[in-house]
Design a protein around this ligand. Sequence first.
Ligand code: NI
Length: 264
Amino acid sequence: MRLFDTHSHYHDPKFDEDRAGSLDRARTAGVELILTLGDTLAASRAAIALARAHRGVMAAAGIHPCNARCWDGEVEAELERLLADPDVVVLGEIGLDYYWDKAPDFIAIQHEAFRAQLRMARRLGFAVSIHARDSNDDVLAILAEEHAEEIGGVLHCFNGSYEQARRGLDLGFHIGVGGTSTFPKAGDLRDVIRKVGVEHLVVETDAPYLAPQAMRGKRNEPAFVAETARALAATLGLAPEELAEKTFENGLRALKIPARALQS
Ligand code: NI
């Protein structure tokens, strides 16, 4: 069985104490690939350093919507430089977040940073990992306007309706399923996931955040994607091995992972 954790923040300092141990646990659990995503320029550099140091770890670089206030021409130019690093395989984590701060000027700068990064992804041929919190409709509208069908990627930790998922699928995006899908109150999300179907799903942890129900309250880590995959297989009525293989292949395709990343 092989698993692909398509969304983590494995470079996070919360792993500094036992990164080697948690990587061993991930491998024991069958996790062969881990994407670690930056949310600032500094975190993107840390993600790249980690990807360079560990086989099976790949980096994404991007500016998270919660950090969009920093966005300017200089940040944009530096992000483009980081994307030229061979260890960077995805642009992210990017998107819109209306949960923490709804000030109109902040929403405007989030939109600007999101659109600019989508254009960069389209121009440079990167897939994107998308964060949407209380903002699914605006994210989907901007994706459509920016021709995201020519970009592709994952709606990470998706939490919307089936109608919203459908709009993402119509743009060629995959749906990211994480620990929140295992929570007892996530029945509506599991209904959406069943309707979407395994061919459009990938699995993820968002580690160190959002541990699945069986580990709830603990620091999440890439090994725990096996628990989310096990629960997802049960939701879909599939054998765990089949679910693992299909979501692994979906992840490679959805995120346009280059062959070189599988060898180093
Ligand atoms: Ni994340």
